[in-house]
Design a protein around this ligand. Structure first.
Ligand code: SF4
Length: 429
């Protein structure tokens, strides 16, 4: 209280804090998770509510911490628990993800994803979920009441967070596997309580290709960013678009995500994605090599040559640090700052306070970023103009706000073209 009352001071301190989150907290967390559980590599999986099984015990993992999902995925393959599932009348155990706990398991194991942030309640009302297991973040407070209308057990696990009407099974790393087995067992024992008349599983499910860590992307390029730089220099790839972030109840589900990404690839922008945008893109079929048919001629040719989708899933929302690593590799190879790259970011449907921190470190790292929903800053002309203009003089990038995904794509393309011109790269194939 009373430490600093100057809007510019406070905002710049906020950006510094964001930088320490991105390049410190998130990046270290991602690196350590890769050391513990493996660096994601390209693999195939499926997404959307249709991944839930009519015959198997369905366990949803939801939240943000990969330790929990890693252990649950492992425990779901435990022979003792599979035997128990058969005894209870199920043909097996099906683990599916929601949000970014789901993205972590998807990236490392190909565990299917049942949906985005806005599909967590829909998963429960299929009536086919024996347990929804949560850790922290993006957990709807309604889940307690909602699961009460079904047989679903709502299991909360984090020592840091809890929600109304949960079954509490606290998860500590020292007993990780035993606790995961206890959770999976609770779900399996709940299978006979499924009320068949209440079960409605939508048919929709979509195949996707995921697992594009920075290491995997560089690996696909032969170990060096040079082929990607050459494609950017030649104009085959016009630039890089990082489209990320949440869903938001105030806007139509996935409309901004999918239309912005489609517009970018149509204009030869290679898209990297994380978080719920990645799930939205997967549901729309954009995370498949075949989606290059929707891309411009230059990007399509590059994708076909490498066998990759035009939209690369780089992980959970905290994995945006992977995008920083890739941007750094490109900038270092070109001998320029990240802010000089023909690249732009967007969070078309952001809502989480974490997205504020992520936006702060992405812009402070030099990436022009378009927000699809308006942050609560319009009460101050000074704050608004610093965020949308003044920051250019401080960090080489700024925010823009544009709810219409087609106009947002135009802003990103205009920025990318400006950067191409400044680098002397004017051609486009
Ligand atoms: S992208 Fe946003 S809504 Fe989705 S899991 Fe991450 S923080 Fe939650």
């Amino acid at each position: 209280m009373g430490v600093d009352n100057d809007a510019v001071h406070i905002l710049l301190q906020g950006l510094r804090t964001g930088l320490s989150d991105g390049w410190g907290g998130s990046m270290i967390a991602t690196d350590i998770q890769d050391i513990l559980f493996g660096t994601p590599q390209p693999r195939r999986s499926t997404v959307n509510l249709g991944v839930l099984s009519r015959d198997k015990v369905n366990i949803i993992v939801h939240g943000h911490e990969p330790i929990l999902s890693e252990m649950i995925v492992e425990a779901a393959e435990d022979p003792e628990l599979l035997k128990l599932a058969k005894e209870k009348g199920a043909t097996g155990i099906n683990v599916a993800g929601i949000c970014c706990t789901g993205n972590e398991a998807l990236m490392r194991h190909g565990t299917p994803i049942a949906g985005t942030f806005l599909q967590q309640e829909l998963a429960v009302i299929t009536g086919a979920v024996e347990a929804i297991v949560v850790d922290v973040q993006c957990v709807m407070p309604s889940l307690g009441d909602l699961t009460g209308c079904y047989h679903t057990k709502f299991i909360s696990t984090s020592p840091k967070a809890d929600f109304p009407n949960t079954v509490r099974i606290e998860f500590h790393e020292a007993r990780a596997y035993e606790t995961a087995k206890e959770i999976v067992k609770a779900a399996v024992e709940n299978f006979p309580n499924r009320v068949l008349e209440k079960v409605t599983i939508p048919e929709e499910k979509q195949e996707c290709m995921v697992g594009f860590s920075a290491e995997a992307i560089l690996g696909a390029l032969g170990g060096s960013p040079d082929p990607l730089i050459d494609a950017i220099k030649s104009g085959a790839i016009r630039g890089i678009g990082a489209v990320v972030g949440c869903n938001n109840v105030k806007v139509t589900h996935n409309y901004g995500h999918v239309n912005l990404v489609k517009e970018l690839i149509k204009n030869n922008v290679l898209v990297v994605t994380t978080g719920c945008n990645a799930i939205a893109c997967a549901e729309a079929g954009l995370l498949l090599p075949e989606a290059s048919e929707l891309a411009g001629q230059g990007l399509k040719a590059v994708c076909k040559a490498l066998g990759i989708p035009p939209v690369l899933h780089m992980g959970s929302c905290v994995d945006i640090s992977r995008i920083l690593v890739l941007s750094s590799a490109l900038a270092n190879r070109l001998g320029v700052d990240i802010s000089d790259l023909p690249a732009a970011g967007a969070a078309p449907e952001w809502m989480s306070e974490k997205a504020v921190s992520i936006g702060a470190y992405v812009v402070s790292s030099g990436v022009f970023t378009v927000l699809g929903t308006i942050p609560a800053v319009l009460g101050s002309q000074a704050v608004t103009s610093l965020l949308t203009e003044g920051l250019n003089d401080v960090v080489g990038a700024s925010f823009a706000v544009e709810p219409d995904p087609f106009k947002a794509a135009d802003l990103m393309l205009e920025h990318i073209d400006g950067k191409r011109k400044a680098l002397g790269l004017t051609s486009e194939s």
